[in-house]
Ligand binder design. Sequence first.
Ligand SMILES: Cc1ncc(C[n+]2csc(CCOP(=O)(O)OP(=O)(O)O)c2C)c(N)n1
Ligand SMILES: [Mg+2]
Length: 375
Amino acid sequence: MEQREEQQPLSHIEGEMIQVISLEGKINTGQEPKLSPEDLKKLYETMVLTRVLDTKCMNMQRQGRIGFYVPCAGQEAAQIGSAFALTPEDWTAPTYRDQGVALIRGIGLRKIFAHLMGNSSDSMRGKQMPNHWGFKEINLMSVASPIAAHLPIATGVAMSMKLRKKNTVVLAYHGDGATSEGDFHCAYNFAGVYKAPIVFICENNGWAISVPVAKQTASATLSIKAEAYGFDGVRVDGNDVLAVYKATKLAVDRARNGGGPMMIECLTYRMGPHSTSDDPNRYRTKEEIEFWKKRDPIERFKNYLAQRGIWNEQYEKEVRTKVEDEVNKAIEEEEKVPPPDVSTMFRDVYAEEPNSLKEAEEEALSLSESSSPKN
Ligand SMILES: Cc1ncc(C[n+]2csc(CCOP(=O)(O)OP(=O)(O)O)c2C)c(N)n1
Ligand SMILES: [Mg+2]
């Protein structure tokens, strides 16, 4: 069995990486970051919340209650462990798959569901694709659909923070596939040249939809790319929440103190499909999926917490009940909210609306009135 596992096409986790908790949940003594039992519980509970939300959303899309969804199951440690290293004043620039980032930064579940349903409470007023949110209230930049397009903007935000002498940092997320984009180079290069206070979190989940990371680059690792831009890159076990937290805290502290950028390559796995429109059985083997099931970041952290005497069955039951209730309640509330008014389609584009848009609005409104059901 061991030998079989070694033959898996898993090049993206070969080689050295920083690990704090072993696969069995054992403590790598002396390596643990300084976190209180409350902090550890917060990390665990947010990881469970993210997984419960994820499962629910996949089901809701199949039931026709939301139109589209991008799942994040398997990547909770990489997202939550990293964003936990920030202060509330810092900024994040996430991707469409980073639900864990929004949740650990404190976004309410109702905001998430309002957006996924595109109802009139949606901060994006139903204008963005699902999973493409932006939340000013938690300093979370708007998600961009074109891969890596948000990275030069995130570097620009960090450069402006430096110019304005703010003591804040940007945490910018991207996938393995994003490293093939010109915008990746542009963002990394500017960040290196200007020593911008930015930390790049590369969630290397092995796949860019159906393209494996081995076809994405000829480099031995993704983290070595940072070297070419003049800053450090490290590889971390992305399914080990404490390793991710520890590496990110170090990088964020350094960036805050003028040390410039850093890249953290988190080796992880997307357990589900790329999106609700994808069927990964067309391009991934059952063996690979099984291999990663055994590396579930939530199970590993749970085993660790049990050894620390923080986790037990009773606690698990309490957490699950609380989280499931919160998710169900948020869905119930947001399903009552009506869709956005037709006129919102025409807002937020121009400061002064051109006549052509006004005419289009009048036409759309008259059509929507004539097509609405008569009582
Ligand atoms: C510029 C651009 N090219 C192609 C796409 C289509 N596309 C959407 S997601 C994706 C894969 C991205 O992979 P990765 O960066 O590894 O992130 P992951 O989806 O694995 O989180 C692609 C190719 C896109 N959105 N933008
Ligand atoms: Mg990927």
